[in-house]
Write a protein that binds this ligand. Structure first.
Ligand SMILES: Cc1ncc(COP(=O)(O)O)c(C=O)c1O
Length: 416
């Protein structure tokens, strides 16, 4: 049998979790050695891990408010609630995102409206505009796989219609958009710190907002006891407290997250340089286009996607690549498990399943709209995903790996 193009095994590994070493272990131990410090309160306690992490984040990202919470889903729910979004409102989400983006909308009591993606693999600004109704209060722009979506174009639509822009940067920690960290110019944005993310503490999330009132509402919504714990809040806060969730940040997770934050530039330095190498070794494509990326210098660099001219070409390219030792399938994942990153597999949403017999939030009396869903409603998104082949770069890979991957892609393209 002839030699395969991939001669150097592609190493396994991840992003943040792949960078865990003695420093994270030491950070966890530091908290556990002083068990009385295992809770972020009482008071404004600036020596605790959660507030230290939040301050470090504000300084690094250039945002006024950062709040450590239990998960990315809960951080996104805060983004909506803190912007006054709830029952009766519609929120536009993309057809391609983890189901949590849509769940955050129903958590807040609002109704998700699903819009198409385009070749950026993020929201299609034209379809966003088409999906706006008198009930639309916000758009959640999701930055999938570390690549910021079309922020400028989506922001222009939001401004024109006077609706809030929320950014789901759960998968895009550390990404920038023309020089600024992704999210900083929106009404609120969220990170996930779960195991798969650029930096991780196993489970966790961060809610970010620049506006003082929106941030304060987020603090109220995340912990019914916040006016009691945070002394500054109980003394003359300018907004009356309201209660919603119990999703406080955890000191042990924050201790790990602080160490991981200090490794963010190292992780992205590696992935960005590897992706640049891969791109530089590609021939001019004949049968595919590259994913649209507004600002190639700012994206995280751990995901590489090509969009073949049709589904047949994608399948044949995947087969040719597999024969050369590079196994990547279509994002659509026809033969695989029902990937919850594609709206047609969000049965809880598209079949309008509700925790109550009353059918909340779709049948909420304050909701006057009439959103309808079906598994085939976003044909453009399904078509793009069925043509998209994606390769994930991790921090253990090398330039040689990138050269060989590019050679396989060049080979599959010219052999089609
Ligand atoms: C785009 C996106 N949004 C939201 C979330 C939810 O984050 P978490 O799992 O921390 O709740 C995820 C997590 O996978 C995600 O990828």
């Amino acid at each position: 049998m002839s030699e395969k193009i991939i001669k150097t095994p592609l190493p396994g590994g991840g992003l943040g979790w792949g960078a865990v070493d003695e420093r994270e272990i030491e950070a966890v131990t530091r908290v556990l050695k002083n068990p009385e410090t295992m809770f972020r309160y009482p008071g404004e306690n600036e020596t605790r891990e959660c507030p230290l992490f939040e301050n470090e984040l504000c300084e690094k990202i250039g945002v006024k408010g950062a709040l450590m919470v239990a998960s990315g889903t809960s951080a996104l729910t805060l983004c909506l609630s803190a912007n006054g979004i709830g029952p009766g409102d519609e929120v536009i989400v993309p057809a391609y995102t983890y189901i949590s983006t849509a769940s955050a909308v129903t958590n807040a009591g609002a109704v998700p409206v699903i819009a198409e993606i385009d070749e950026s693999l993020g929201l299609d600004p034209e379809d966003v505009e088409k999906k706006i109704t008198p009930y639309t209060k916000a758009v959640i722009l999701v930055h999938m796989q570390g690549i910021p979506g079309r922020i400028n174009a989506v922001r222009a639509v939001c401004k024109k219609h006077n609706i809030a822009l929320i950014e789901d940067a759960c998968q895009a920690i550390g990404s920038k958009y023309f020089g600024e960290y992704t999210g900083v110019n929106s009404d609120a944005f969220a990170w996930s710190l779960n195991f798969y993310k650029v930096i991780t503490c196993g489970e966790g999330g961060v809610f970010f907002a620049n506006d003082e009132d929106i941030f304060l509402r987020g603090i109220y919504a995340h912990d019914p006891g916040s006016p009691m714990w945070k002394t500054g809040l109980s003394q003359g806060a300018k907004l009356a407290p309201y209660t919603q969730m119990g999703i406080r940040g955890n000191e042990i997770c924050a201790a790990v997250a602080r160490v991981q934050l200090s490794k963010l530039d190292m992780i992205l330095g590696k992935t960005r340089s590897l992706k640049k190498k891969l791109l530089s070794c590609l021939n001019k494509p004949a049968n595919y286009i590259l994913q649209r990326v507004d600002d190639p210098d700012g994206e995280c660099g751990f995901s590489f996607s090509i969009i073949a001219k049709d589904n047949e070409a994608a399948k044949r390219m995947a087969k040719l690549m597999g024969e050369q030792g590079l196994y990547i399938g279509s994002v659509y994942n026809e033969a695989g498990f029902p990937d919850r990153h594609i709206y047609k597999n969000w049965e809880a949403i598209i079949e309008k399943h509700s925790p109550t017999a009353a059918g909340y939030p779709w049948n909420d009396p304050s909701y006057r709209g009439n959103v309808q869903y079906s598994p085939d409603m976003c044909q453009k998104s399904l078509d793009i995903l069925s043509r998209c082949l994606r390769f994930t770069i991790n921090i253990n890979m090398s330039d040689v790996n990138m050269e060989e991957v590019a050679q396989v892609i060049n080979y599959a393209d010219r052999s089609l």
